[in-house]
Every structure is written in structure tokens, then in C-alpha cells.
Design a protein around this ligand. Sequence first.
Ligand code: NAD
Length: 378
Amino acid sequence: MKRLNWGMIGGGEGSQIGPAHRMGAQADGNFVLAAGALDHDAERGKDYAQRLGVAEDRAYGNWQEMLEGEKNRDDRIDLVTVATPNSTHFEITKSFLEAGFNVLCEKPMTMTVEEGEEIVKIAEATGKICAVNYCYSAYPMVREMRNMVANGDIGKVRLIVTSFSHGHHGDATDADNPRVRWRYDPAMAGVSGQFADCGIHAMHMASFVAGDEVRTLSADFASTIASRELEDDAMVSFRMERGTVGRLWTSSVAIGRQHGFDIQVFGETGGMKWFSEQPNQVLYTPVGGRTQIMEKGESGLSDEASRLSRVAIAHPEGFPMAVANIYVDLAAAIRGEPHGDYPKAVDGLRSMAAVHQAVASANEDGAWVDARPPMFRT
Ligand code: NAD
């Protein structure tokens, strides 16, 4: 099968998320890195792209040059990944979609709800793929949980409790470090700090596993380090369309917690738990029964969990392979083949609405507000 041409914007040398995309996109032989504008420093970006195997004439100094250079090529890129800082996502994603490219955008997809609605509409109008990298939803055992919920294995879902709380910005003496400070500066980060950065992964996961959407929410935001203008800790209660109660805690000052992303789903006839630091396992407890440990790669899992597992039982695959699972389905979708689910622009839009509504709620002492984007309010 012919490999697809893949381009990357951002994710340069030393970036946090760049390597996971490169490992993920190229893991299954579907994509080859053909073009890139990898760095805010043009020369560094060109140099690094060429060291990664990109031809000199497709190692671009910035994304505008890349758009111009790629759009009229016969072998133009089939997919572009946007892995730049948040405030640039909207402009780059919009420009590439409008020029007829498929896009995988990092989260958060945009900074405002209006921008999110615009991206959804452009993706619809152009018929191009616009995916958003909610990659945790692509772990095999997360797919297993989702499948069990859909099968009714735990009955109606009563309650979801999720947290994405780490301690890596908990040192007040480090608060002025430029790599940390921008995240809590409204001029750089927008209206929300920790909720927009990590909380939206947890909220997307709740919706994904439940097969439901968040309808209303009430938020309590705190800046526990006084110099911060944006929240470094948030508690968000929510209700889903089918009545499921949600509790979400996100923090960057939870010293001792590392990645710190977990989700528990409690239904009428059972409960389940998954923790990102032990992603191969789901703990499942039927009502009145003992807790069972379900393992990635064991027999009897759903087709979806089996399809997205690559190595044998008990061998870790981990984060880059969850990202790879997003690329597997994007490759199939680009080729017009049957494919599984992947997070889309509409998920990015729902997150943006939740972020802005959580800020509004927090500013009103936790008043309950409609969490949905205006275009989905009926
Ligand atoms: P980073 O600061 O570590 O790296 C950003 C990279 O983008 C750098 O290489 C920088 O030079 C480059 N860059 C900046 N502006 C650019 C521009 N205009 N054109 C081209 N390149 C540019 O950031 P990061 O932590 O890798 O985060 C990047 C994005 O990925 C953010 O939106 C973040 O929210 C997201 N992210 C997602 C996950 C996830 O789990 N899905 C995890 C981490 C980060």
C-alpha cells in the first residue's frame, strides 16, 4: 500500500509532544514525514526537519511557506499535524483546511467558541478531515471500557469521577520560570489555565467512555499560587445529557502526582477504573462481586481493544502507541477505507464551550451553566 505524505507544524526539537506524533504517525507504515515547519525559529526548524529525513525543499521556515509550497504539488501532503502553542491552532488549522488539506490539530483546537464553530463549519464545507488529538481515548483499554458501557455491562451509568491532576507546577519558587508562567498568563493562555490544558482531556474522556455529552456544569477555580491570574486547580461538577453525574478535578499543584489522569465509571450493576499510568489494565467490579483486573492483549476483549493492541499481553505499549492509534484510523479515513472512531472538530468545539462556560460559572461562585456550544443548544 502506498504511504501517505505527512506534514508537521510545530513539534520541533525538544518539544514535549513532537516525538509522540512522529512515533505515532510512522509506527504502522502508513505515513512518511514529507514536509515540516517544525520550529518558531526558521533555521532550527529547517535543520531539524532535514535531520528527520525531510527533503531540503520541503523543510520550511514557517507554516505560511509550507502552505504555499505544498498546495500545488502533485505529491502534496495528505495530512498535516498542528503541534504548535495553543494560540496559533485556529489560524493554521483554518488555513490548511481551506486549502483542501486534512488536519490533525492538537488540543485545545481553538481559543474561543466562535473560532471552534468556524472550524467545524469549514471542515463540513470542505469535506476534509479535521481531527483533534484527544489521544487518551485511543488506548486499547479505554476502548474496552467504552465498549462495556455500550454493551450495558455495568448498566446505566450513574456517576463518572475523573481527575487529571499533577504536581509539576506546584513549586512557587518556579512560578516565574518562563516555561511555566505563560500557562497562567491570560495574554498567552487565554481564559483558562489548568482546565483548558488538562481538564478538557478528562471531560472528553468522560463523554467518550459514556457515549454521552456534557450538558451543564458548575465550576470552582482557584489560583493556589497567588501570582497566577489563571487557575492552577479546578473542581468541575457536571451533568450529562442522559443524567449521568460527573465530578472532575484537575490540578497542577498536586505535588507527588505525576501524570495523574484517571477515570472511574460507576453504573447500576458495576464499576470500572482506568489510570493513565497503568494503561494496560482496567479494574472491573460487578455489583456484589470481586474486583477483576482486565489486561490489554488477553482473550475475550472487544474487537476494538484487540484491533488497537500491537504487542503481546503484559508488554507495555504506552502513550506514543495511543497516538499511533489515532493515526491508524486517520490513514484509513484518508484512503476511504472502513475505520474506527477518532476525535473530531466537534469534540474540540465542545471542549472550548466547556472551558468558557466553566470560567463563567467560576466567576459566578459556581452557578450551574449550559456547557454546550450555542449551535447544540436546543
Ligand atoms: P512545546 O513548547 O514543548 O513545543 C512547541 C513547539 O512548537 C516548539 O518546537 C516550537 O519551536 C514550535 N513552534 C512554536 N510556534 C511555532 C510556529 N508558529 N510555527 C512552527 N512551530 C512553532 O509545546 P508542547 O508541550 O509540545 O505543546 C504543543 C501543543 O501540543 C499544545 O497545544 C499542547 O496543548 C499540545 N499538547 C497535547 C498533548 C496531548 O496529550 N494531546 C500533550 C502535550 C501537549
